[in-house]
Design a protein around this ligand. Structure first.
Ligand SMILES: [Zn+2]
Length: 256
């Protein structure tokens, strides 16, 4: 069970590229190399975008990938999640660059603004499962993502708006939900690729490198945007696809 998707307030609520790009590739890798069945939770209205990206990443029509859209309304999201859980028993959960509410239940972007109206309560639903014993691997880069409460003291101290946001909720952007296995990276997608480098055989990771630009281009083509440079920029968090591929090449050399 995987959740991803961070909507950008300043670009009309589209998904940012970071998170969904690597999660598409992660889904493919989990199915192809680990024989896993994968369910991905995104926000209402973004299911088809994720499916298209997973297809670009190599997931086939007959592959065991289920994409679930969570309604923005909290009660509706809880109902959808309950009916989903009636048929699933997740062995593990992964959250990638998924907004995490602070202790007041407010979701924030990295500028300290309230983005609660754009996001379903995936982090809370995941937290419920985690308390029931399903381990959570959480990937984040700013401290305001699901699972990042494990470093909230550092986020509050060192990350802009970590302890005090600009929305007036009285808290900061530091997420209130924890995780079992934090993966903290300068860019969340790079954290996912780091994990994949260890998880996959070398030829599998080489395939990730060969596919990453295609998936990024597809994401931008579908209206997703870079969090720093906006729509049309082929990259994640202000880093273009050439540089991302170069870093992946370095990661590959390290595990070799
Ligand atoms: Zn706030």
């Amino acid at each position: 069970m995987v959740s991803t998707g961070f909507r950008l307030l300043r670009y009309g609520g589209v998904y940012e590229t970071d998170g969904i790009v690597s999660t598409s590739l992660l889904s493919w890798a989990l199915i192809r190399y680990l024989g896993a069945e994968v369910a991905v939770m995104v926000d209402e209205g973004f299911g088809n975008i994720f499916k298209a990206l997973a297809w670009e990443a190599g997931v086939g029509q007959s592959d065991p990938l289920k994409v679930v859209e969570l309604p923005l309304n909290r009660r509706s999201a809880e109902e959808r999640f309950r009916s989903l859980m009636a048929g699933l028993r997740p062995a593990a959960m992964v959250a990638v660059e998924r907004p995490g509410a602070n202790s007041m239940g407010v979701y924030h972007n990295s500028r300290g603004q309230d983005i609660s109206h754009l996001h379903a309560v995936a982090d809370r639903l995941i937290e419920g499962l985690r308390l029931d014993g399903v381990p959570l691997i959480a990937v984040g880069d700013g401290g305001n993502e699901a699972g990042m409460a494990v470093v909230s003291d550092v986020v509050e101290q060192f990350i802009p708006y970590g302890g005090k946001c600009v929305c007036g909720c009285g808290g900061g952007i530091a997420a209130a939900t924890g995780c079992d296995h934090p993966v903290i990276a300068s860019i969340s997608d790079l954290g996912v690729y780091g994990v994949l480098a260890h998880l996959l055989p070398l030829d599998g990771f080489a395939e990730i490198i060969s596919k990453v630009e295609r998936v990024m281009r597809a994401a931008v083509g579908l209206g997703c945007a870079d969090a720093f440079h906006g729509p049309g920029f082929i990259g994640v968090d202000g880093v273009d696809h050439h540089s991302i591929k170069a870093v992946l090449g370095i990661i590959k050399r390290v595990v070799e």
